[in-house]
Every structure is written in C-alpha cells, then in structure tokens.
Ligand binder design. Structure first.
Ligand code: AHM
Ligand code: MG
Length: 350
C-alpha cells in the first residue's frame, strides 16, 4: 500500500518492527497532539490574546526558575504539554524549562515507564515578532523500582534517550523525530489535522559553508572560539580557503531545522557575559534532543571539547556550550578548541 505516510503509521510500523514499545508510540502521539494545539495558539497570535509577557500571580512580570521572563505562550505551551501527558498512563513524570522541579504524574492516573522533558516554547524572544518558534522534547526511561520520581531520575546521559524531537512552528508546522532509527520529518496537514511524513532518513551534508552564531557576543568568547570564527570570517583569503555565509534566527529549532535541511554549524559557546554559567542552552531539553536528532542524521554535536550525548548531567536545568551540525565542520571547531587547551595546559598550572 503506498500513499502518504502519517506519523501514526510511521510509529505503528516502528512498533511492529520492534523498535518501540506501544507506550512509547502513545507518548509520541500525545506529544504530537499537544504540538498541534500549540501550533494553533501560535498561529492565532494576537487574535488569541496570547502575545506578550506572562503576568505573575502577584501582578508583576512572571519569571521562570532560570530567572528568564516568561511569555504568555511559554506558560500556555507548558500547560498544554502537561495536560496532554497527564492521563495516558505512559509517563512517570514530566520536566520542563518552565518548572523548577519535575512533575510526577498525578496519583489519580496510572503511572507509565517513561520520563518526558521539554522546552515547551523555544525561541521565546521571537514570539511577538512572528518569527519561527518551536517545542523541543526528549524521552528517557524511568529507572526501575522507583517509588517516588524525583529530579535525580532524569539525570541520565543523552545516550539514554529513547526518543527525541522538536516541532517548529513556522510557515509550516513540522515535527522532526528520532527513535534511534534515523531522523524523519512530518509536516502538519492543516486540513486533515494530521502529521504526514515529508522527509525520511534525513542526512546532513558533511561539509558546509554556513555558520549560525550570535556574533554580538564575540568580545566575550574565549580565545579558541575567537580564533575559530575569525578563520571563518577570513573567507577565501584565509586559512579555510572558502567564503562562509552566516544565519542566526535566535530560535534553536529554526536554526537546527535549517541545518537538517541544507547543512551548517550552529554554535552557542560559553562566554564571559555571565562566567558562572557554562553556556546558555540547557543540556537536558535543548542540547541532548538536538544532539540525538543531528547524530541520527549523520551530523555531530559537541560542547566544543567532547560529545554532548556522553555528558553525565548533575542538575535538571544544567547549561552547556553547543556546537552541532555538519560533521566535518563540528570536528574542525572541536579540534581547534582541544588543540588550544593542549597548547595552554601548562600555562594555567605553571
Ligand atoms: P529560550 O528557550 O528561552 O527561548 O532560549 C533559547 C534560545 C534558543 O532558541 C536560541 O538559540 C538562543 O536562545 C538565542 O539566544 P540569543 O538571544 O542570545 O541570540
Ligand atoms: Mg529554548
């Protein structure tokens, strides 16, 4: 039987092939349904009264656990994902960028085997200006024999993810998913209300001439980062011998989506603006799921020194530098950072 492959059919076939359990299929379907609701809310924008800053119970600006101002759509998207996932029996707990601690499934409902992490609305600074935003999610297995699920049960390396994905709300709403069997894209058919597979087994070109970085932070970067980007900017006349183009949407979902479509390198490095923070992006629900999607598409993802998916997390909202995309380019950037470290290793200890 040929014809369009819906997300449901893709997942049922994956289940039949033994790649996923029924509960994981249900979980992904539920997340996809929540993303459809978020897509509707994002699409209505001002008509739905959802633009602008969220207001706290006390009447002031609402701020999340990371100290960042929350938008109305951040809060709404978080509620949509929590509500959709509460009662299906597939989850043990959810954790979110917008909540300090994980939220176990209410006692009124059966508890499942999985843990879900999400950034409900990534790229919040772009909401009010009608630029693409998205939802990022990561699925882990809950350790066995756990009585009360806590934040510590989420602290597993990215290699333990059983599924990861994002949904980008742009001119099209597109869900990009991996269950460890390649990376596949599903476009929302708005008339049918169904996600339909539009790309299968995505491959990121190994080489690239395009980079994505917030250049306004340049003066705050460490020397290895300064050196790497100055070589890109030197273009054809420089050591790289080719001209590079630059793009920065400031929504990770949109920048990663471009890289999954035509290649490139996305970098959010450590910088001295806030030296106490090891990076801007969060490991558990931004870097890890994107790293799995990118690796499954033949790309690479590091923190500038080592593989992101190998990092052993210590806190739920831990931050990390991110270098991901076309494999050869990520390797160049990572090698230059490691070589810089090696060359200066004696300097700090001497
Ligand atoms: P958010 O999850 O609060 O929206 O923050 C993450 C976003 C990423 O989508 C994007 O890559 C980055 O922050 C943009 O940061 P900047 O505004 O510093 O360029
Ligand atoms: Mg985010």
């Amino acid at each position: 039987m040929s014809g369009p492959v819906s997300l449901t059919r893709h997942l049922i076939e994956a289940q039949r092939a033994g790649h996923i359990e029924p509960d994981l299929r249900l979980l992904i379907e539920v997340v996809a349904r929540a993303c459809k609701s978020i897509s509707v809310a994002v699409g209505r924008g001002a008509l739905g009264g959802v633009l602008g800053d969220a207001v706290s119970a006390a009447g002031g600006d609402s701020v999340n656990v990371q100290g960042e101002a929350q938008k109305k759509l951040d809060v709404l998207s978080n509620e949509i994902l929590l509500e959709a996932n509460a009662w299906g029996g597939h989850l043990a707990a959810c954790a979110s960028e917008e909540m300090e601690h994980c939220q176990p499934i209410p006692d009124a409902y059966p508890r499942g085997a999985y843990l879900l992490l999400f950034d409900p609305l990534d790229g919040s600074s772009n909401i009010d200006v009608n630029v693409s935003v998205g939802t990022i999610f990561s699925v882990l297995r809950c350790p066995e024999n756990v009585e009360t699920v806590g934040d510590e049960h989420f602290l597993q390396p990215g290699t333990a993810q059983v599924a990861a994905g994002y949904c980008v709300y742009g001119p099209q709403t597109t869900l990009v998913l991996t269950i460890g069997q390649g990376t596949h894209a599903f476009t929302l058919d708005r008339e049918q209300g169904a996600f339909v597979q539009t790309r299968s087994d995505i491959r990121i070109p190994g080489e690239t001439r395009e980079f994505a970085i917030n250049m306004s932070n340049q003066r705050h970067w460490e020397p290895a980062m300064q050196g790497y980007v100055s070589e890109l900017l030197a273009g054809r006349e420089g050591p790289r011998g080719k001209d590079f183009n630059m793009r920065w949407v400031a929504s990770m979902v949109a920048d990663v989506h471009r890289i999954l479509t035509r290649g490139g390198i996305f970098i959010y490095p450590w910088d001295r603006k806030d030296p106490g923070k090891p990076g801007k992006l969060r490991l558990m629900y931004e870097a890890n799921p994107m790293a799995m999607l990118v690796e499954q598409a033949g790309g690479a993802a590091t923190d500038g020194r080592g593989r992101i998916l190998d990092i052993a997390p210590t806190t739920l909202h831990q931050r990390v530098p991110v270098f991901l995309g076309s494999k050869a380019e990520v390797e160049v950037a990572t090698r230059q950072h490691c070589e810089h470290d090696a060359a200066h290793a004696g300097a700090t200890t001497a």
